[in-house]
Design a protein around this ligand. Structure first.
Ligand SMILES: C[S@@+](CC[C@H](N)C(=O)[O-])C[C@H]1O[C@@H](n2cnc3c(N)ncnc32)[C@H](O)[C@@H]1O
Ligand code: SF4
Length: 457
């Protein structure tokens, strides 16, 4: 039996020196093309059947201050005016896109992400929710979620959240260590976070997610355990622990981070600590970077193999149609993906001209759905039934199915990190940090490129 240290060494040997995608979609966004236009999007919208349930994503690209690590599409503002102006056009976009659909769609899931959607003043959140209510039927028991920055949260927003049945809140923390926080320009006390969690609970908003990160300069094992300790004391339903994606060639603000970004070995150590600590506290690992309380709804979905992975990470939502509104947001339809313009000024300009604010997109072809399903299953459950995939998607050449792809997985099988038994490919729990790398074996478009994605672990 190999000891843990030896196993980790052999695991690290399998990490390539090029970055790999996070697979929130397949194909991934760098493969989107600019030849997808409003005509194509409208045709996809028109084809949707009224029996489909919809999911909505609303992007608010503003923050009160910028965290240097941040890879999100956002800008910091000192005055509120740009948000007010943006909301006017966001509402226009919701009306424009919904007018292309032949019926009033039923919605089972709404997610406000960003940036910092909790920057919205109550009146603006009301306007957005009223527009959604006008154009869509929000189903009872829908999940309605918002990403919240506790440092600037004003309690008067809670009344609007309550009135519009928000039931899940995702709170950014990253790390409570002062030295780490100072270096990323994010001072956030535990008390501030704890008080806010309590306020949500008192007001009946009970599903709480907390975001942490590993890989930032000055993060240490002791400091991370202390952060985990504090976070667990808040009893969140789910804790996301994202590997820091250091992509300064894309996100210039990351150049402001001082100190050494952690390497794969150090990142793996923090992953292991989090995993051991949280499993001792009755949290179960979900996919590549989530831990959910054993009694949470996410775990029920996981057990039924009913999870999905989308642009917001893991979701309990099973709608096949996701409409993204706001700058940079991505929609996922049966025909393909559509991504909006990222630049807020250009986004607004497009809507002023009554044009759909599309930047690029992707039309599904050939075996995209099949490879997307394989990667989706690996990313959600760390296993995939290849016989089932063969039966469902492969009409020709049943014998030589996925030969080339499995050749790429072979080194992981040889080292004992992956098993292939009865056509079921399974990543062992210990090899979970390799999931993105193993999944990339089934990505027909992935080309190892040092500058497009984030580190392998
Ligand atoms: C939209 S923010 C969360 C809400 C709010 N803006 C806040 O920061 O409190 C989404 C999350 O993405 C994660 N994130 C941002 N930049 C990242 C990066 N470069 N690598 C990995 N995770 C990142 C952080 O954990 C962050 O909390
Ligand atoms: S982590 Fe949140 S608050 Fe910080 S810059 Fe990114 S979106 Fe804004």
């Amino acid at each position: 039996m190999l000891c843990k240290l030896q196993k980790d060494k052999s695991l690290l040997d399998l990490v390539p020196d090029h970055p790999v995608p996070r697979y929130t979609s397949y194909p991934t966004a760098p493969n989107f093309k600019q030849n997808i236009n409003g005509k194509i999007y409208s045709s996809w919208l028109k084809k949707i059947e009224s029996s489909e349930k919809f999911s909505l994503y609303i992007h608010i690209p503003f923050c009160n201050s910028l965290c240097y690590f941040c890879g999100c599409n956002t800008i910091s503002i000192k005055k509120y005016d740009p948000v007010e102006r943006y909301v006017k056009f966001l509402v226009k976009e919701i009306c424009l896109i919904s007018s292309k659909i032949k019926f009033k769609p039923c919605v089972s899931h709404i997610h406000f992400g960003g940036g910092t959607p909790s920057i919205l003043k109550p009146k603006d959140l009301k306007v957005i929710m009223n527009t959604i209510n006008n154009k869509f039927n929000i189903l009872k028991k829908s999940e309605i979620a918002m990403e919240v920055d506790p440092r600037y949260f004003k309690l008067d927003l809670i009344n609007v959240l309550k009135k519009h049945n928000f039931n899940r809140i995702s709170i950014g923390v990253q790390d409570f260590s002062k030295v780490v926080q100072k270096n990323i320009n994010r001072n956030q006390s535990f008390k501030n976070t704890k008080d806010l969690v309590e306020s949500f609970r008192i007001n009946g908003i009970n599903k709480i997610n907390i975001d942490l990160m590993y890989g930032l300069p000055y993060q240490s094992m002791l400091g991370f355990i202390s952060t985990l300790n504090k976070v667990v004391s808040l009893k969140p339903d789910c804790i996301s622990i994202f590997g820091y994606a250091h992509v300064p060639w894309m996100k210039k603000r990351q150049k402001l981070i001082k100190g050494k970004v952690l390497d794969n070995k150090e990142r793996l150590q923090l992953c292991r600590i989090a995993s051991d600590y949280l499993s001792n506290k009755n949290y179960i690992s979900v996919g590549i970077d989530h831990y959910a309380r054993h009694d949470s709804s996410l775990i029920k979905k996981l057990k039924k193999r009913n999870l999905t992975r989308n642009f917001q990470g893991y979701s309990e939502d099973d709608s096949r149609i996701l409409l993204g509104f706001g700058s940079s947001s991505i929609s996922s339809l049966l025909g393909g993906y559509i991504q909006n313009i990222s630049n807020v000024v250009e986004y607004i300009e497009s809507l002023k001209r009554n044009k759909m604010p599309i930047f690029r997109g992707y039309k599904f072809k050939n075996k995209d759905e099949m490879y997307g399903n394989i990667i989706g299953d690996l990313m959600c459950y760390l296993s995939v039934d290849l016989q089932e995939i063969n039966r469902k998607f492969n009409k020709e050449n049943k014998q030589n199915f996925l030969v080339n792809e499995l050749q790429k997985v072979k080194p992981f099988i040889d080292k004992g990190f992956v098993t292939l038994k009865n056509d079921i490919l399974t990543i062992k729990p210990y090899a979970r940090p390799l999931t993105r790398i193993i999944s990339s074996s089934f990505d027909k478009y992935f080309k190892a490129n040092k500058t497009k994605y984030s580190l392998g672990i």
